[in-house]
Design a protein. Sequence first.
Length: 389
Amino acid sequence: MKISIKPTLIFLLLLSTFFLLPTTTFAVIKFGIDPNYNSEYFISGHHLKISAEPGDVIKDFVTVRNVGDEEVSIYVYPVDAYTMETGGFGIRLKDEPRVLFGKWTTMDEQYITLQPNEAKNLDFTFTVPDNITPGDYVGIFAAEQTDIKDPTLIPEEEQLQSGFKMVARVAFPAFINIPGEIEDKFVFHSFTKENLENSINFLINFSNEGNSMQRVSSSIEIDNLFHYKSFELPKLITDVLPNSKNVEHTNNWMSIPFLGGKFKAIATINYSRYNPSVQVDKDTEEYPEYTITEEMVFWIPPDKTFLISLVIIIILSLIGLTYSIIRKKLILKSLIKYKVKQGETLNSISKKYNCKWKLVAQINNITPPYEINTNQTLFIPTRYQKKKK
């Protein structure tokens, strides 16, 4: 007995299997943290700029709001920023040691629970150490969702959770400037390349060894020294914190020419002291910009597919050429002399010896209109004659 399953039944089975599969959900952040918009230190939508002397104590607040439709518990904390390997600054985790801004700033309240559409101001105190050195610093006010509403009621060991956990976090930066002697010390280290399978990475390595924050941009132009064609890679811009070592701009070049060739890459690095006020106040004086230019010349071999095709073409050409040479030698060895009689043509003579008249013309260097004379001596091939029908 044959059993048949209708296509509709198969579709329903597949559809039911799809709904039984485990699904992945993505958390939507429905809370935020903002600076005090009326603060004298506020400079833009999510930035504070604080200029303070050693020993100053600054009090202000941040605003945390729940824009969702469910109750949410939030942990708010100050933390240090750091320069990432590729430039720009990252945010330290709440459990990492706090040695600068995160240590100098205290919150009057950190764990809060907000009802839907509720907002709350949280006071903070920023105390500048007496022994702080002049320069630029960057701190972060961060807020992340938590299941803990009052940590004082939970034993410390229960606050430590093992395993991976996705945490929703929002933050904004505070730029701090301590007046005094500022040292701009940008150090360029190297401009190198890294060959990948189908592309090339260009690496620009540098450090900010001064005590001021630097804005660094880099651009790379690649010139084909054979075809006079240029390629421009995207411009990279990052802000680098003071005392940041071995920062690296990595720019990937994927549009490598099929034929390869000789190239020159020109890297242009611009840097200047970063002033966050310039973003919102066009009258703010910008710091002078400095430029470094580096070059490298390198070769790129042709694409493998092109090389294989070229080798095949060369081999076939050599085979064809060899065949032609051997064939010509064999034909020349088989030649006989023939004296043209009155009224004969190339066509009639070729038919007599069962060979192609064009071959006879070629051997005897006879060109159009292919006329021959009585008593003219011709060389007739007896090899590779046409087969008689």
